[in-house]
Structure formats: structure tokens, C-alpha cells
Design a binder for this molecule. Structure first.
Ligand SMILES: CC(C)(COP(=O)(O)OP(=O)(O)OC[C@H]1O[C@@H](n2cnc3c(N)ncnc32)[C@H](O)[C@@H]1OP(=O)(O)O)[C@@H](O)C(=O)NCCC(=O)NCCS
Length: 217
């Protein structure tokens, strides 16, 4: 049965290898614990918001508050849909879609992470494809965007493999030093021609469409 108040709790995107699920408190706690085991080399910072520079147990507190905040601050004109990535019943990371004014712009940004034990196995590619499928099929988006630091090989690897178009660079401060971010876009035509899959299934989206500001029916 769909949750009577917050249908996003029942949203699922299922691929042959993994499932994307809304982050409830159980999955949130699993992800928070996973983050304490490390997501990246301590000498490297892949995230624009440097949340992994906080030590446990504050890291777990911040993680839970982050998931609650996304839910609490969600509006149809500004949302951050962060989903847990579940492989064989285990939360291995998260993938997020963010958008402002989706009803008009029909565009979303993605961001993601995996626990270190689950990196380099193709899961990142599969979860990005699942996220794009949710955006383009489920929400009828026109454009997806993504970005990564110039030295983030695996993230750029996924982006390049899927054929995103480069969209310039942004300079920003990372741990107090100058760093370069590469920006990318993917339009609906590219996704439809090259990436659309018939083995990724979306469940429970219809009752959520109004929350996304997406077309219904
Ligand atoms: C980014 C991330 C989600 C990617 O997931 P993943 O499961 O490791 O990625 P995949 O295994 O699906 O694919 C990575 C691709 O990048 C390639 N790659 C890895 N390191 C690379 C490097 N240094 N240079 C170029 N390509 C590289 C891999 O060869 C692979 O491509 P292939 O399948 O054609 O061989 C994951 O590595 C991660 O969580 N990293 C830490 C957090 C992070 O950086 N998040 C993104 C912030 S923008």
C-alpha cells in the first residue's frame, strides 16, 4: 500500500543488479554507518560539500539530518530526491536527483557515492543509468546535468562512458585550495537513442508526480 502522506517512501527503481529506494531511517542509518568506513581516500575530496571531513559520531548525525532535511524542505519547485542504492538487500551507497522549477525547466542534476568496498564494480554506472531512467522516463525530463572535480577519475569515467556532453568548467574552493569542476549535460535525445533500457522498472511513481512538479497521467 502506498504511504498515505509521503508516497516517496514507496518509490522503487529496480534494475537487474540493484534497487533504488527512498531513504527511510533504517536505510539512512545503514548509509551513515557505511560512510564511517570511508568513501574516498582521506587525501582526496570528491564532494563539493565536504561532508566526509567530519569524524564519527557527528558524521552519522549529520548524515541522518541531511536525509531528514531533504524530506522536510521538499517542495514541487525545489527538491532533492536522494535514494538509497540496495544490492542484495544491503545499502551500498546513494544516488540523488536535484531540481528547481522542474515543472517549467524539466531538468535535474545528479550526484552519488558508494562505499569503498562497492566501487569499481560497475555499480556506479548502473545506478546512474537507473537515475537517468527515473528522470527521463518517470518524470519526462528534457535534460540531465552532472559535475565532478577534474581529478575524480571514476565519476568522470561514468559520465564519459554514458556520453554526456561537456558543458564548461567551474572554479571553486576545495579544502581551501583552488580546484576545477567539469560540468556536463545530457539531453533527452541522447539518452533515448543510446541509453534507454527496457530492464529498468519504476514502481510507485504515479502518486509522487505532483511532488516532483512533473506531468501526471
Ligand atoms: C563515483 C562513483 C559513484 C562511481 O561508481 P563506480 O561503481 O566506482 O564506477 P563504475 O565501476 O561503474 O565505473 C567507473 C568507470 O570509471 C573508470 N575509471 C576509474 N578510475 C578512473 C581514472 N582514474 N581515470 C579514468 N577513468 C577511470 C573505470 O574504468 C570505469 O569505466 P569502465 O567501466 O569503462 O572501465 C564511485 O567511485 C564513488 O562513490 N566514488 C567516491 C565518491 C564520489 O566521487 N562521488 C561522486 C562525486 S562527483
Amino acid at each position: 500500500m502506498t504511504h498515505p502522506i509521503w508516497p516517496l517512501f514507496d518509490l522503487r527503481v529496480v534494475t537487474p543488479r540493484l534497487e533504488l529506494r527512498a531513504i527511510d531511517d533504517e536505510i539512512g542509518a545503514e548509509l551513515a554507518a557505511l560512510a564511517t568506513l570511508g568513501i574516498h581516500d582521506p587525501g582526496f575530496m570528491p564532494f563539493a560539500f565536504e561532508w566526509t571531513d567530519v569524524a564519527p559520531p557527528q558524521l552519522q548525525v549529520n548524515s541522518m539530518q541531511h536525509y531528514w532535511r531533504h524530506r522536510a524542505e521538499w517542495t514541487p519547485t525545489s527538491w532533492n530526491c536522494t535514494l538509497g542504492v540496495i544490492v542484495d538487500g544491503v545499502a551500498v551507497g546513494s544516488t540523488g536527483m536535484m531540481s528547481k522549477n522542474f515543472a517549467v525547466l524539466r531538468q535535474f542534476e545528479t550526484g552519488s557515492w558508494l562505499g569503498r568496498a562497492y566501487q569499481g564494480l560497475g555499480i556506479g554506472t548502473e545506478m546512474r543509468e537507473a537515475t537517468l531512467q527515473l528522470g527521463f522516463v518517470g518524470l519526462d525530463a528534457k535534460l540531465a546535468t552532472t559535475a565532478a572535480y577534474a581529478d575524480n577519475g571514476p565519476s568522470l569515467g561514468v559520465t564519459r562512458k554514458l556520453g554526456y556532453a561537456p558543458n564548461g568548467v567551474t572554479r571553486r574552493l576545495r579544502r581551501g585550495e583552488e580546484a576545477t569542476i567539469h560540468n556536463f549535460t545530457m539531453n533527452r535525445d541522447h539518452w533515448q537513442t543510446n541509453l534507454r533500457r527496457d530492464d529498468i522498472h519504476i514502481h510507485g511513481l504515479e502518486p509522487c508526480l505532483a511532488l516532483f512538479g512533473a506531468r501526471q497521467g
